[in-house]
Ligand binder design. Structure first.
Ligand SMILES: Cc1cc2nc3c(=O)[nH]c(=O)nc-3n(C[C@H](O)[C@H](O)[C@H](O)COP(=O)(O)OP(=O)(O)OC[C@H]3O[C@@H](n4cnc5c(N)ncnc54)[C@H](O)[C@@H]3O)c2cc1C
Length: 302
């Protein structure tokens, strides 16, 4: 696994709090991402970045077989994690085109989003311009998990070089891509990924900045072809200290540990597990802020 947080984010305070009487719940629930890439410019050991993918890339297992529905990019992280683990390999592949990467790849992490962290409206708006954003282009140029090629033969050769094995066969991959591309001409296709692309583009927000216009992957005018090896990236445990609604930390007997409060992620995923195990992406901060407010209010009453 690669690591989605710095080494010092190690959960050390959880066992310390447990020793002081606090109860930890759900510590076996881990949250990993399935679209992790090694940072070419790491800040911490095994620094992994998560791709926040749009829905168009073709997702293959380590042996080059396309995953079944609904294992499409961005659909169901826990479900896809399960599917990948069932293959016996700890990585998988995206195959896509230049047209897909420029519209559909966003990278998670503050250093990968200088337009947002720099609060530059002009730079944020430039995301709709043609061409990949600069941080994505840097990964295409320097990332060890990326292969960019003009032909499918060259692409598959590069993919096998990255993993150092010969698991991938060009004919098997080409056959699947041709079958998928053929469905682009079928307006009532049973390829559910293509149906999903068409559905997503009915929403103006997705159409503008998230979902590439559906196109044939093997048509050279949409190229070059791109392959990305996806590693499992670990982010956190969904477990945390059990609290009551005022943020007081509970002990094994459901009694408050005197003077001990927890707010934010330490109180469980998104601050108290409010979003459940299959939490919706991007909603974790809300629960952290909410539990912080609850604790603040409770403390002000003391
Ligand atoms: C790369 C990345 C991307 C993310 N993207 C999103 C997103 O798009 N949307 C979303 O909703 N959530 C996202 N999250 C999750 C979200 O950032 C966290 O849930 C949230 O920041 C947790 O806030 P917190 O205040 O509970 O904890 P933290 O922000 O981790 O704050 C804990 C603080 O305690 C300090 N600390 C630790 N130990 C000690 C000590 N012993 N003494 C004193 N201080 C100490 C730490 O230095 C830190 O400042 C992302 C997380 C990561 C890592």
């Amino acid at each position: 696994m690669i690591s989605g947080v710095p080494a010092h984010v190690d959960g050390r305070m959880l066992p310390i709090t447990e020793k002081a009487g606090g109860r930890i719940v759900n510590k076996d629930r881990m949250w990993h991402y399935t679209e992790g890439i090694r940072n070419w410019n790491p800040i911490w050991p095994s620094h992994g970045i998560r791709i926040l993918p749009g829905p168009s890339s073709i997702w293959l297992n380590a042996e080059g077989k396309r995953f079944d529905a609904p294992n499409f990019p961005g659909f169901d992280t826990l479900g896809t994690l399960h599917t990948i683990q069932d293959t016996g390999y700890d990585y998988s592949w995206f195959i896509l085109t230049a047209k897909i990467i420029e519209k559909e790849f966003a990278l998670s992490g503050s250093e990968q989003n200088p337009d947002l962290t720099g609060k530059s409206i002009k730079q944020v708006l430039s995301r709709i311009l043609p061409g990949p954003p600069k941080p994505v282009q840097a990964f295409m140029d320097k990332g060890e998990d990326f292969i960019v090629a003009r032909t499918i033969e060259e692409l598959v050769e590069g993919m096998n070089l990255v993993t150092g094995n010969e698991l991938l066969d060009v004919n098997t991959i080409e056959r699947q891509l041709l079958a998928r591309d053929r469905e682009m001409d079928n307006s009532f296709t049973k390829d559910l990924q293509i149906t999903a692309l068409r559905g997503a583009r009915n929403y103006i927000g997705d159409k503008l900045i998230r979902v590439a216009k559906p196109h044939k992957i093997l048509d050279p005018k949409n190229g070059p072809l791109i392959a990305v090896r996806l590693n499992i990236l670990t982010r956190k445990t969904l477990g945390g200290l059990q609290t009551d609604l005022e943020g007081r930390v509970m002990n094994e007997f459901e009694k408050a540990v005197p003077g001990l409060y927890a707010a934010g992620e330490v109180a469980g995923f998104g601050g108290g597990g409010v979003h459940g195990y299959r939490a919706l992406e991007g909603t974790f901060l809300g629960g952290c802020l909410f539990s912080g407010r609850q604790v603040g209010r409770a403390l002000s009453q003391i």
